[in-house]
Structures are given as C-alpha cells and as structure tokens.
Design a protein around this ligand. Structure first.
Ligand code: CA
Length: 505
C-alpha cells in the first residue's frame, strides 16, 4: 500500500479515518494495528475506549461508545449513542469572526445584469412559471415544440426552463406554513437567469392564482396564459408558442458583461456524502467560499439537519445577536417540524452515508458545515426569503438534495456547488450545478459526471488552499458561461420539489 493509510483531523481526536480499505493486522500508525478489516473512509480507534466513553472526531463529540472499544477496532455506526444536540438558548455570537480571509486571485466575472437589479444571471433562459401541476402536460408538449421550432432562431438564448411543481391546488393555501412554498415559487419566477421576463401558465380554477404568484400588476395578458380560456389543446399550444416567441425575442438581446464578484450569488450543497466529504470536498468548497466572500461575492449554505449539531460553532460566527437569534429560531422551527413527524435529526443519514463511514448525524454535520468556510455569517434566511446582504449567508432549507436545490435556486443562485462522496448525477435546469467529489476513486468511477475532484487533498498531491483556489476559478468559469457543468452538458435536470410543510387537502 502506498501513501498515508489513515487521516487524523484534529489533535484531540481518538479516532482516525482509513484512506483506503485496510486488511486486519495492518499497522496504521506506530503501535496501532487494525483488529478487523476497515472499509475505506471508516474510523479506527486510536486508544481503548470504555463503554460510555467519548468518541472524538473533528475535535468534537460524535457520541459515546455503547460497549468497550479496543485500540485498532473498526468503529461503525452501531457502536455509538447520539449525544444531545447543542443547546439553542445558550448560543454565543460574534466570538469567532474571521476577517483575514484569503485574497481572491480574480475579482470579476461575465454575467447578465438584470433590469430589476439584484444578483446577476449566469445563463440566459426563458423561464416558464406554472401556478399548478394540472398545466404541466400541455406545457411540456409546447416546450418541446418551442425548443424545436423557436429556439434555433434565438442564438443568444441558452434554453427554455418550465417550472413544473406539485404545489398550487389541493393545498391548504392559507395554512400557517403555506407562505413557504408560495414564496419559493414567487421567487423562482423572478430568477436572475430569466432576465426579468415573466411567463406564467395557469389553469384557471386553482388556489394559487397568478396574482398570488407574480402580483396583480404582472398577472396581465402580456405574461399570463390560462388554459381554460383557450380553444382546445391546439389553442393552448398556439397561445404558448406565441407568447414564448415574444419573450425569446427580448431575451435574445441579453449579453454578458464584465461584473464584480458582488453581483454573483453562489449556493453550496452536499449530498451522497462520505467520511471524506468533510476532509476534502467540503473544506475545498469552504476555501472557495472564503475567496468569493473576500472578493465581495455572496455565498449561501443551508441544510438544517446537517448544521444542527454544529450550530453553536455557526452562532459564534454570526455578526450580531439578531442574526444568531434567527439562526437559533430556524433550528427550533425544524426541531418542531421533525418532532411533529415523530422523527429527529438522526433520521438524516442515509444507508450510503453510513456505508461511506459516517457514523451519525454529528459526524455528517461537522463535515457538512465545512463548506461554509470561515467567514462571518452576515444574514440568516427563512425558507424562500431572499438575501438582502452580501457575504456568507445561512439560508434555512431541508437537507434533501432535491428540495434544497430548488429552495436555493429560488433565492437567485447563479451556480450551485455540490459536494459528494458517493456520487449523484443530480442537476438543476435553471442554473448550473458543479459536482465536486471527495475521493479520486469517485472521479475514476464517474469521470464524465464529476466536474471537480478534491481527492488530491487526501493523497497529499495538492493542498487545501490550492484545491480551494482551483475550485474558485472553476466556479467563475462556469458562472461566466466559458464552461458547462457535466449535468448541464448532459441535460441532467431534477424536478422542482418545492418545500411544503403545510397541509395538502
Ligand atoms: Ca443535501
């Protein structure tokens, strides 16, 4: 076996992680011999840990040993109890504000400025909003025709994105939490990549009216088609084609221009994580986030159940007390949401996460928050709330890839950076998703689906700052349209799963 065999993250840790599969009887460090075969990315005890003893990784408590663990033992998920989550009432703020961030090597990118201002676009798409799923069948047929017959005439438009979703009717539209899906759909309609052109397709009898979606002023015949008002299927397709033609002609005038990083909004997410995600991919993303923030850019990170166990560390990075309090409130809201469903944060890790060496949600969370880098948190957003500041922002969303994606998208992200250990072909239609993998083996497995491999950090071929800076440059290449992400190249687009914590009727 070549290279280092194990990795220790924090000096206080009493476990190390296997960098490759290790047979029983392997001397991994002086005096420490594996007692069982150790799968790649899994943990090995550095010392004897008695039943009830602390298991420490990232310098934090992952849990307590359920039974005696011997030095050299494989520690897997069945062997530790979950500790209680950090107390939300005793969080501190502003005690860990890092201001000496690394300086970005580049300070501009090429994007699409929008008439309404705000963050700029990274692509030029015709976005077609829907008020209700009932219209999706007709819209999808019409969009196929638009792509075939209209799009070739407008070479400066990158594509057409229908925003099909399952909200809109058969829902308790006035329920307490209904503002969350509604706000997400309202914001999606005005995504920066859609250039301020509104096109809304409704049925005519749904609860989410076009007026609720885009406002009374914009729900006018220039932007709105109601299928119940059209003459049959042919009439519907004709109306949709005609409106799309007009919108595409205007979008075709959009051009990229050189913009400062302050016009760029990036989202960070992870999924299909393994125990290396928190060592290579997420820290590289965190370094890139620091460069973006230092250059005036704005970065979102999310996924409530994956920050819950490290939230005390995030509180210390909040710039003021109201920001920290809002962070705590978002955690409380989600604790209650899970409780109402008879679950808690331990429901988060997947079988794949565990196979990838993540013993529980604490270990997953410590890896997950590494993607936020080290800059101060300037704002905390409730689901669907749009950013009002520049810098690092915590935007509360579920951790589910398929729900976090559209939630961040609705906030106007131009690119999503997506870290994975075990691999997912996930993508979003309205903004490029850059796939960053944690291990060289993952890239070898999916060379055409992974955009960026952070594995060289594990093998010592590159340092974290080197890989972070390379990822920063990759983000700007994709944002500027000089490069397509893999998911974009293959048109791998997931459905728009809007977060709806409110009742369906
Ligand atoms: Ca996720």
């Amino acid at each position: 076996m070549e290279g280092p065999l194990v990795l220790k993250i924090h000096p206080n840790d009493n476990v190390v992680v296997a960098l490759q599969p290790l047979p029983a009887g392997t001397t991994v460090l002086p005096g420490i011999v594996t007692r069982q075969p150790i799968p790649q990315a899994h943990k090995i005890a550095l010392v004897d840990i008695p039943a009830g003893g602390a298991i420490l990784r990232y310098g934090v408590l992952l849990g307590h040993a359920k039974a005696d663990i011997a030095q050299g033992d494989w520690i897997h998920e069945g062997m530790l109890d979950l500790p209680t989550p950090p107390d939300l009432d005793s969080m501190r703020w502003g005690t860990h504000l890092v201001t000496d961030l690394p300086a970005p090597p580049v300070s501009s990118w090429e994007g699409y400025r929008n008439p309404a201002g705000g963050f700029a676009g990274t692509r030029n798409y015709l976005g077609i909003s829907t008020t209700v799923q009932c219209v999706s069948g007709v819209l999808n047929v019409a969009v196929e025709r638009m792509r075939r017959e209209l799009l070739p005439r407008y070479p400066h438009v990158d594509g057409i994105v229908p925003i099909n979703h399952t909200y809109g009717c058969g829902v308790a539209i006035n329920a307490r939490e209904a503002h969350i899906p509604i706000r997400i759909l309202q914001s999606l309609a005005r995504h920066p990549n859609f250039g301020g052109e509104l096109m809304v397709v409704g049925l005519g009898c749904e609860k989410l009216t076009p007026e609720m979606l885009v406002g009374a002023e914009d729900a006018n015949p220039d932007n709105l088609i109601l299928l119940q008002e059209q003459k049959g299927f042919e009439g519907m397709v004709h109306a949709l084609m005609e409106m799309a033609d007009r919108k595409l002609a205007r979008l075709n005038e959009r051009r990229r221009e050189s913009l400062p990083l302050s016009d760029l909004l990036i989202g960070m997410q992870c999924g299909g994580s393994d125990a290396f995600s928190g060592v290579s991919a997420n820290p590289a993303a965190g370094y890139a986030a620091d460069l973006l923030v230092a250059g005036g850019g704005t970065v979102l990170f999310s996924e409530v159940t994956e920050v819950r166990d490290g939230v005390h560390l995030l509180g210390e990075r909040c710039v003021d007390e109201p920001t920290m309090r809002k962070l705590a409130d978002e955690m409380r809201w989600y604790d209650r949401y899970l409780e109402a469903g008879g679950a808690d944060r331990s429901a988060n890790p997947t079988p794949g996460n565990k196979k990838g060496g993540l013993a529980n949600i604490v270990e997953k969370a410590m890896g997950s928050i590494a993607k936020s880098g080290s800059s101060p948190i300037v704002e905390v957003l409730s689901p669907g709330e749009r950013p009002t500041k520049h810098g690092l922002i915590y935007a509360a969303t579920p951790a589910s890839d398929i729900v976090c994606g559209p939630s961040q998208l609705s906030l106007g992200i131009g690119v999503q950076v997506f870290m994975t250990g075990r691999g997912t072909p996930y993508g979003l239609a309205a903004a490029p998703v850059i796939k960053v993998c944690s291990r060289n083996e993952m890239q070898a497995q999916w060379p055409d689906l992974i955009d960026f491999c952070a594995g060289p950090i594990l093998t010592g071929e590159a340092t974290l700052p080197e890989m972070g800076e390379r990822l920063f440059r990759e983000i700007l290449e994709v944002a500027s349209g000089r490069k397509q992400s893999a998911a974009e190249r293959f048109h791998l687009y997931n459905d728009i799963a809007v977060f709806n914590p409110a009742p369906i009727t």
